[in-house]
Ligand binder design. Structure first.
Ligand SMILES: [Zn+2]
Length: 659
């Protein structure tokens, strides 16, 4: 990629060039041959801004007067505002994948965190990269990190601003979440370093996602409604970005698209956050498109549209052929037509499966919404926009027709792929308030209706956030309430087990985790935690059984292998211990713990000769580790080398006392 110095002179000459071209066109003159042919930069830059967890009805230009969103208002005045835009998914990962592919969740297959996006589904960035665009993505949450929780979403991006592999601190900022200002700062730095266009830049602002913690002055100004404070903050961040673009001449000719990835329950339908239901509270999002030179400024389109229509629109505007397989359609015809027709909006959520509840499907069409659930729902939105009066009846013709539409959609569904189950991503998910995946039932028809369980989900979410903030008592209280409602709730049992494990009540932890595994025998993480709890409480056979069970389900877990090796040492079974430490070294050949474990097992087995050489080399590389010298002493002693043994023992003692 070429890096051009960004000089003011080159900007001016570019503007003069454009001006000359426009004048030539306007006056009907043939394009002067003395001018160079249009450069690649005549293609408009494309800036896609996704604002997480943004309800349409909490934005000022969508009629909400308790928040100030001057940037969004101004963008709407400079572009086209879609008053009725819907996301097909109420969760971040799935929803963004739909925006970036123009496909429904069941078609792109990314229906859960960490499910890879198949390379057969081309992304927005990939389409534009082929057209000569310089592409970059700037994300605000680790949920969209392409190395961990969103594999494959980086397809087509020259640069994808993932999170650092090793978090700089234990704080959530920088580890699992970035403030909008940091996201935009990264994007601006990249643009400054890569001034050659055309650009496709995706900026993701995560701030309105809970917990609601806007920075000053928004925390004070919106202290009674902090969610709105996060929205106002995001708007100010967007304002900063737009100013930057204007200052560098990248705004006027650009296509700017702003969209919410999903809304927020805010207690409607008893849902505090999002992910479980498909009501408008979490699926109706703001959507604004600013065209080059502010064409069609101030237009409002009231026809029902979808967030999957954005990609086909961009392709249409840039004259890039869109594959016929896209579920979305270009919105361009709606820019000019006055009486545009509604588009059918589908909704899909598999998130309830994480809790053992039925997944939901919905269709919003001609002023009706049908939700396929164990207890189906039908709302006449003309008279019941808040979806409060379920008019579903088995014989209802509208419901039957809409059910048929959902069945037809199923034909195109992608085959199910399993999410990553190594367990390494679950901590990051938890820090963001999501429960880790667990074995989903193959047959979902017998699962409970999420409507009957939403109170549990709210409590589980509260517990997760409290636990991550180290508010143990709050977390325990919420989890105990869930278990009062449903003593066999597997997510609650596992969470409370983890919580007791962390707070040191190992016997209680082991009991809860055992109960969790009885409900979900395929939960390898619960088994690993139970192994830890039993090991800590000195129950070696119990620890062995739980860890063996965990590793049978998920063989690639290094910490579980290491712990099982230690447990076998405690059980005085050096052969079995060595097997585990060898397996651990296959997973990570550099693991010092695995090498030390192997050596210790060999010493226990009186195999001093084999234990010695690796310990001697560890003594060079790990010369501050007392365990190395302690084992070295024992190996020398076993070989009858008493002088060396004594020297190693002294070194071990000296290092230990330094600790
Ligand atoms: Zn989201």
């Amino acid at each position: 990629m070429t890096r051009l110095p960004h000089s003011y002179a080159s900007l001016i000459s570019m503007r003069l060039f454009r001006l000359a071209w426009l004048l030539a066109l306007a006056s009907g003159l043939a394009f002067a041959t003395s001018l160079a042919p249009p450069r690649k930069t005549s293609l408009p830059d494309v800036f896609l801004i996704t604002i997480d967890t943004l309800r349409a009805d909490h934005v000022h230009c969508y009629g909400y007067d308790k928040v100030e969103t001057p940037t969004l208002d101004k963008l709407a005045a400079s572009g086209i505002r879609f008053s009725q835009a819907y996301t097909p998914s109420p969760i971040t990962n799935t929803s963004h994948t739909s925006i970036l592919t123009g496909l429904l969740p069941s078609v792109h297959g990314v229906t859960d965190f960490a499910i890879p996006l198949s390379s057969e589904h081309e992304t927005w960035a990939a389409f534009l990269q082929k057209k000569g665009y310089h592409t970059a993505a700037f994300i605000g949450a680790v949920i969209l990190d392409s190395k961990t929780l969103a594999p494959g979403l980086d397809q087509g991006f020259d640069f994808y601003d993932n999170f650092p592999e090793h978090a700089p601190s234990k704080e959530r900022w920088g580890r699992v979440e970035r403030r909008g200002m940091d996201v935009v700062d990264h994007a601006e730095k990249w643009l400054t370093a890569h001034p050659t266009g055309p650009h496709f830049v995706w900026v993701h602002l995560y701030d309105p996602h809970d917990p609601y913690e806007p920075p000053a002055p928004f925390a004070e100004k919106y202290k009674e409604h902090l969610y709105d404070g996060e929205i106002a903050y995001s708007d100010s961040v967007l304002g900063n970005f737009i100013s930057y673009l204007s200052k560098h001449g990248w705004y006027e000719n650009a296509i700017v698209m702003v969209v919410g990835d999903h809304g927020e329950g805010l207690g409607e339908h008893h849902e505090d956050t999002h992910g479980i239901f498909l009501y408008d509270s979490t699926t109706h999002v703001p959507m604004i498109v600013k065209l080059p030179s502010q064409a069609d400024a101030g237009k409002v389109v009231d026809a029902q549209v979808r967030t999957i229509d954005l990609l086909p629109t961009a392709l249409d505007l840039l004259k890039v052929p869109a594959p016929a397989t896209l579920n979305g359609e270009s919105l361009k015809p709606l820019f000019t037509e006055t009486a545009a027709t509604d588009r059918t909006a589908y909704g899909e959520t598999d998130y309830p499966l994480r809790f053992g509840w039925a997944p939901l499907r919905s269709v919003r069409d001609h002023g009706f919404k049908f939700i396929q659930a164990p207890r189906p729902e039908l709302y006449d939105l003309h008279v019941d926009p808040k979806e409060l009066n379920n008019t579903y009846a088995a014989q209802n013709a509208t419901a039957a027709k809409m059910r048929g539409m959902l069945s037809a959609l199923k034909q195109n569904a992608a085959p199910k792929t399993e999410a990553d189950s190594s367990g390494q991503n679950s901590d990051k998910l938890k820090a963001l308030g999501y429960t880790a995946p667990s074995g989903a039932a193959a047959d979902t028809s017998s699962l409970p209706d999420p409507k009957d369980k939403i109170e549990q989900q709210n409590l589980l979410h509260t517990a997760m956030i409290a636990s991550d903030d180290n508010r143990t008592a709050d977390a325990r209280g919420a989890l105990e309430k869930v278990l009062q409602l449903d003593p066999k709730q597997p997510t609650a049992l596992r969470q409370i087990g983890e919580l007791e494990l962390k707070s040191g009540d190992f016997a209680k932890a082991a009991e809860h985790l055992k109960a969790a595994r009885e409900v979900r025998p395929d939960d390898s993480t619960a088994a690993f935690y139970e192994g830890q709890a039993r090991e800590k409480s000195g129950d070696w056979p119990g620890a062995r059984d739980a860890l063996e069970a965990s590793l049978k389900l998920t063989p690639g877990q290094l910490p579980a292998r290491l712990l099982l090796g230690q447990v076998y040492l405690k059980l005085k079974d050096p052969k079995a211990a060595e097997d585990q430490f060898e397996a651990a070294q296959l997973l990570d050949s550099k693991s010092v713990e695995a090498q030390l474990g192997s050596a210790e097992a060999q010493i226990m087995d009186n195999n001093f000769a084999d234990a010695l050489p690796p310990l001697q080399s560890l003594a060079q590389t790990e010369d501050k580790n007392p365990k190395v010298f302690e084992l070295l002493g024992r190996a020398y002693k076993g070989l009858g080398k008493n002088a060396e043994a004594e020297q190693a023992e002294n070194r071990a003692a000296a290092l230990s006392s330094n600790h």
